[in-house]
Design a protein around this ligand. Structure first.
Ligand code: GUN
Ligand code: ZN
Length: 449
């Protein structure tokens, strides 16, 4: 399938990569999937120029017509997919990943918030941002929606490093003016002023975007949620990210703090925070009205399976989300999540969905990891597929990255089988290379197996 053909007579150099190509053009849905929802080229060529995709199609159709002098990088035997999209992650919690916990609120107080306090030190923030962005690229993630901490300098750090690495990244400083440790608390006014200044500095700067980031309803006063609503209204292009309905204890707390609310989601809705640029992590303990409200508002749900299992928060209902018509994508939610990798996130997603009596096919899983993520962020005109003109962000997966994967591949007979083994057994070792805007940003050390 040819998504475009090279423009004639262009001056910038072309780059081409040959391998097995897969990308999505629609949600395959819950069943076996409509083959029209994806494009697959067992021996394909991806052609880019100036960081943008010029063409993606069969090698037999494209190779002969490549502009003279085009270098073709040979990734035959490997799978090329659009770069993964992580729609919910806390970069400041990378250092405390895999800290023993006994549920969301206890873990937050004992592990996550103390780690975030250290981000008052801009040097620490910068070093952690460097480590985090390296890990994203090592895991094949090229786009992420990220929580910083309450410190504005922590947002500066992640934006500066993401820009230097070429990542497509949306982030925001956390707003929290109550129910947290004093060093992490801001005020309604200071959080408004600092967020506004960060929007002016970073939103729309290259591949960066800003997300207004109230941590979650319990840590914001009415005045701060109003301030968040004002920021969103005053800056129509910015995103809004927060948590909703993650654990039952948290939902009870919200009901006590906001006794007038119909539901947890309703708290955000009353302050104008449920809209087409809103991405809510977890969305587990919702009712039908909440899901339908998210869908009607054009907001998105970030499904964070490794976190939900780790904290024992509950099981995300993908079927109910889809029935309501809500956009859904994947989040790692590190540090409560246990991997920065989307492959391991899919591994756990499959199990969570099985526990709800439903299923997650490998085709839908990889849709969620790529185009689904791009759609959830409203970035699907630029990323998430190999359509002509899209940013040339892609991941090269090695189906034989480990002895066990290689052994399993000996009997795999279909594309779906290959994908399923990769998402079940694969991790950062299966990411051979990651490209952002046509530039190689990660290459696995071939000696590390
Ligand atoms: N709810 C509020 N803050 C957090 C956080 O940092 N992690 C998770 N998993 N849930 C939250
Ligand atoms: Zn989170």
């Amino acid at each position: 399938m040819i998504a475009g053909t090279p423009a004639a007579g262009a001056a910038a150099p072309y780059c081409a990569w040959r391998g097995e190509l897969l990308w999505f053009v629609a949600d395959p849905g819950p069943g076996d999937g409509d083959t029209a929802s994806w494009r697959h080229e067992p021996d394909g060529v991806l052609l880019a120029r100036g960081g943008r995709i010029e063409a993606a199609g069969a090698a037999s159709a494209l190779l002969a017509g490549l502009p003279a002098g085009t270098e073709v990088v040979d990734f035959r035997g490997h799978l090329l997919l659009p770069g993964f999209v992580d729609t919910h992650v806390h970069y400041a919690q990378t250092g405390i990943i895999a800290s023993f916990g006994e549920g969301l609120l206890e873990w937050l107080e004992r592990c996550a918030l103390p780690a975030e306090m250290r981000f008052c030190d801009a040097g620490h923030a910068r070093a952690e941002a460097e480590f985090f962005c390296t890990e994203l690229l090592r895991n094949g993630t090229t786009t992420a929606l990220v929580f910083a901490t309450t410190h504005p300098a922590s947002a500066d750090a992640i934006f500066e490093v993401a820009a230097a690495r070429g990542l497509c990244l949306v982030a925001g400083k956390v707003m929290m003016d109550r129910n947290g440790p004093a060093p992490l608390r801001d005020t309604a006014q200071s959080s408004y002023d600092e967020s506004k200044a960060l929007i002016a500095k970073w939103h729309g700067h290259g591949r960066l975007g800003y997300a207004v980031t109230p941590r979650f309803a319990p840590t914001s006063t009415d005045a701060q949620l109003e301030a968040a609503g004002a920021l969103v209204r005053e800056h129509p292009g910015v995103w809004l990210q927060s948590h909703v309905a993650e654990s039952r204890a948290e939902a009870r707390w919200v009901a006590a703090l906001f006794p007038w609310s119909r539901s947890y989601l309703d708290v955000y809705d009353r302050f104008g925070l449920v809209g087409p640029r809103s991405v809510y992590a977890h969305c587990i303990h919702l009712d039908r009205a909440d899901r339908e409200r998210i869908a009607a508002a054009g907001a998105a749900m970030s499904f964070c399976p490794t976190s939900n299992l780790f904290l024992g928060s509950g099981l995300f209902d993908l079927g109910a989300a889809s029935t309501a018509g809500a956009r859904v994508a994947l989040g790692t939610d590190v540090g409560a999540g246990t991997s920065l990798g989307i492959l391991q996130t899919l591994n756990e997603a499959y199990k969570v969905i099985r526990l709800t009596g439903q299923t997650l096919t490998p085709m839908r899983a990889f849709y969620l990891a790529t185009l689904g993520g791009a759609r959830a962020l409203g970035l699907d005109a630029r990323i998430g597929s190999f359509e002509r003109g899209h940013d040339a962000d892609f991941v090269v997966l090695d189906p034989r990255a480990t002895p066990l994967l290689a052994h399993r591949m000996e009997t795999v007979e279909s594309l779906a089988g290959k994908l399923f083994a990769l998402m079940t057994l694969g991790d950062d070792r299966a990411v051979l290379a990651t490209y952002v805007m046509g530039r190689r940003a990660h290459l696995r050390d071939a000696t590390v197996r």
